[in-house]
Design a protein around this ligand. Structure first.
Ligand code: GUN
Ligand code: FE
Length: 429
């Protein structure tokens, strides 16, 4: 029981009240991990079986759990690494850290702590990169399965421009990916993503293998990085001299499509944006990472307003990103969009991290909503969680302002509880 907020469509403006439902005294009825009903408390409680337990979260807000569309679980111990842009940051900090994940026990420990951290922040679904090691994906999926979480993940494929101990080969990446799909995809709520890291660390032969996997398993996700940094783009051009542009490489190997998640997409040409739009591919906006690494400003307005508009997801990109919180992520996203002269309204912001990201991941039939029949992944938020937030809320008028205070001043402390498949998990941590 609490105040319910859920989105049906992307809010076009602050006044677009049809895009969401809000219940001042609402409830979500959960049976076997699934939402059996949601709406006004009186209606919903009338449908509950006698003796059904009621958890009273009033006066807090209940929303669908947050979704993070791009993060790297092996980067927890090098997040907040000082001083480098993307390629040096990868070579100096990221790659050495990821070599540790050859050890299954290490992977298990970090996977457990990673999912704990997401739950602490109200995130119930993540699309995660594992390391090159098959063991890291096994550790990640086993941890998610144990908590009944809906996650997307994949072993990174990378066969060049990386240190020894952190490369596979086209054939071994194909074989390992195929074995992981057989072992984990479709188990519980797990989804496998074919994950070539990016064009710099994959030979043409390896991207060919990634394309072959997508032809064999066309309903899988594909995740990679695209057009994040100028030096990265220049080096990619040298490695693939025949490609029309960076996007054209992934296009050529059959990696684009409605379940393709392209991290960053900061410096796209019009042709590249057209290629993403024509294939229904998703551009993933990672504001804290783009600011931290000095990569550039994602041109949200341009991508939304062009004739062929892009599908956009939002994500932390931990450990290039600097926060596990989707609230903090949208706080920084708001500022990036503001630098381009516009303001993202708070309803659109919360749509992005719930239903919007569920749609971007093609999972909105199961998550990102409070609709009956979907999985009971929920977050409970308190806009007065800290003294500074409580003081600000003394002046707040209305729901939009409350959401904006949560986004701008909130973090894990504003998350009262996180439910996964009906189980309260944050309070168990
Ligand atoms: N490009 C290739 N790998 C990575 C990574 O781990 N993080 C970021 N931000 N960009 C990448
Ligand atoms: Fe990334």
């Amino acid at each position: 029981r609490g105040r319910l907020l859920t989105f049906h469509a992307e809010p076009k403006s602050m006044e677009d009240h049809g895009a969401y439902s809000y219940e001042e005294d609402g409830a979500v009825l959960i049976e076997d991990g699934v939402i059996a009903a949601s709406g006004g408390f009186a209606d919903v409680s009338a449908r509950a079986a006698p003796g059904h337990e009621t958890v009273d979260h009033r006066p807090h807000l209940i929303l669908p759990g947050f979704i993070d569309a791009h993060a790297h679980f092996p980067q927890m111990q090098m997040i907040a690494s000082y001083g480098a842009e993307l390629l040096d940051w990868l070579n100096d900090y990221t790659f050495p850290e990821e070599t540790e994940f050859r050890d299954l026990q290490h992977g298990r420990r970090i996977a457990r702590l990673f999912l704990n951290e997401l739950l602490r922040n109200g995130t119930t679904t993540v699309a995660a990169y594992c390391s090159v090691h098959k063991e890291s994906a096994e550790a990640f999926f086993a941890e998610a399965l144990g908590r009944r979480m809906c996650v997307v993940g994949g072993k990174v494929m990378m066969d060049r421009n990386a240190p020894e101990g952190l490369t596979d080969t086209p054939q071994s990446s194909y074989d390992d990916t195929k074995a992981l799909i057989a072992d984990w995809h479709g188990k519980g709520r797990l989804h496998y993503a074919v994950t070539p890291r990016f064009a710099i660390t994959s030979s043409p032969e390896q991207l060919e293998m990634a394309g072959a996997l997508m032809r064999e398993f066309p309903d899988l996700h594909m995740q990679t990085h695209l057009s994040e940094n100028h030096d990265e783009i220049a080096f990619t051009g040298e490695l693939y001299p025949d490609a029309p542009d960076y996007t054209g490489i992934y296009e050529r190997y059959g990696l684009l499509g409605p379940k393709a998640l392209l991290g960053h997409c900061i410096h796209l040409s019009e042709r590249e944006a057209d290629a993403l739009a024509d294939t229904g591919s998703v551009a993933v906006f990672c504001p804290t990472s783009n600011l931290f690494l000095g990569s550039g400003l994602f041109d949200y307005q341009r991508y939304r307003k062009r004739t062929k508009s892009l599908r956009i997801a939002t994500a932390t990109d931990v450990g290039g990103g600097t926060s596990y919180s989707m609230l903090k992520t949208m706080d920084e996203g708001y500022k990036v969009i503001a630098l381009n002269g516009e303001k993202l309204n708070p309803f659109a912001s919360f749509w992005h991290i719930t239903r919007g990201n569920a749609e971007a991941l093609s999972l909105s039939d199961r998550i990102g909503t409070l609709d009956a029949g979907t999985d009971a992944d929920l977050v409970v938020l308190d806009a007065r969680a800290t003294p500074a937030m409580a003081l600000r809320m003394e002046r707040a008028k209305g729901l939009a302002e409350e959401l904006f205070v949560l986004q701008t001043l909130g973090d894990d402390r504003a998350v009262v509880e996180t439910y996964v498949a009906g189980e309260a998990l944050k309070s168990e941590l």
